[in-house]
Design a protein around this ligand. Structure first.
Ligand code: UTP
Length: 301
């Protein structure tokens, strides 16, 4: 079985839920405590043993490429000022030469289309796919657990988590079959099922290990919900030929694609830091008692 060596990060979306913040700054570069969102996801992939990081980007996203490049002037200045700890941290997070690739989606035609844009960079091997909107907190990362399951199960592996059944119409939901190692067989998938029709309350959490045959299906460029080329549709078609397994992730996931999920992520990651936990916890308690929602007429115009 081929090892999962490459990871794809689709970062070409418009981030409309975050306007005006995302007018000139990609949403993947918004910071959660002191790291941009995209850094969390790349670190998760690295922890899972990924050796090559492929970014599918679009207009206004060059800053992502810069973020993962060497910054000689900054490194020299930190060295001269004796800021060795900060320098070492930057160097630890830095991908090595030739470990990153960037391609352009050009037109944001949907997640499935963004994934298809990585076809030549991935080539004929299984790959990890991580949606940068979703960042996670757990002892062992979701993708690491998924690659371990994959080594036993082969096929395709999808990360899932439980949601409130009343909310299942907002997500991609999988049907659960027989247990298999640390995972289970996926019996079906449905994107945003109508109320009361979901096969389970297990939603797809933005982590996938996929076989390269997905590209042949995506190449047909068939449009699905919202007129976009949907990854779930392509996975459903691939399921007719290959096995799909679910990995039930039990850590916390934050959807940084929405302002409330992004704030939640900031609070959770700040509280997880021993150096700032107490201060942040005190501030949250204090503000929750003091601050009331601002009336609309008082918002700045
Ligand atoms: P989203 O639908 O959450 O991202 O896609 P978006 O379109 O940027 O968000 P809103 O709704 O306008 O606020 C999930 C992931 O897929 C990527 C996004 O960048 C995000 O990481 N994506 C989506 C693409 O790369 N290309 C697309 O055409 C669509």
């Amino acid at each position: 079985m081929k090892k999962v060596r490459k990871a794809v990060f689709p970062v070409a979306g418009l981030g409309t839920r975050f306007l005006p913040a995302t007018k000139a700054i990609p949403k993947e570069m918004l910071t959660v405590v002191d790291r941009p969102v995209i850094q969390y996801v790349v670190d998760e992939a690295r922890e899972a043993g990924i050796e090559h990081f492929i970014f599918v980007t679009g207009r206004n996203k060059t800053v992502i490429e810069d973020h993962f490049d060497m910054q000689f002037e900054l490194y020299n200045t930190l060295e001269q000022r004796g800021k060795h700890e900060q320098l070492a941290r930057l160097q630890r997070l830095q991908p090595g030469p030739g470990e990153t690739s960037f391609t352009r989606q050009q037109v944001p035609m949907g997640l499935g289309h963004a994934v298809w844009c990585a076809r030549d960079l991935v080539g004929d091997e299984p790959f990890a796919l991580l949606l940068p909107d979703m960042i996670m907190q757990a002892e062992t990362s979701c993708m690491k657990e998924m690659t371990e399951l994959y080594q036993q199960s082969g096929g395709n592996v999808i990360g899932v988590q439980e949601c409130d059944p009343a909310e299942s119409h907002k997500y991609g939901i999988v049907g659960k079959g027989a247990e298999k190692g640390t995972g289970f067989a996926i019996t079906g998938m449905v994107e945003k099922p109508a109320q009361g029709t979901a096969p389970s309350n297990l939603f797809i959490n933005g982590r996938y290990i996929l076989q390269p045959q997905i590209f042949d299906i995506l190449a047909k460029q068939e449009k699905g919900a919202g007129g976009e080329i949907q990854l779930t549709d392509a996975m459903l078609a691939l399921q007719a030929q290959q096995d799909f397994f679910g990995y039930h992730f039990r850590g916390n996931t934050y959807d940084c694609g929405s302002p409330e999920g992004f704030v939640e992520a900031n609070v959770a990651f700040a509280l997880s830091r021993p150096d700032i936990h107490d201060k942040v916890a005190d501030t949250i308690r204090k503000l929750a008692n003091e601050v009331v929602p601002m009336e609309r007429r008082k918002e700045p115009r």
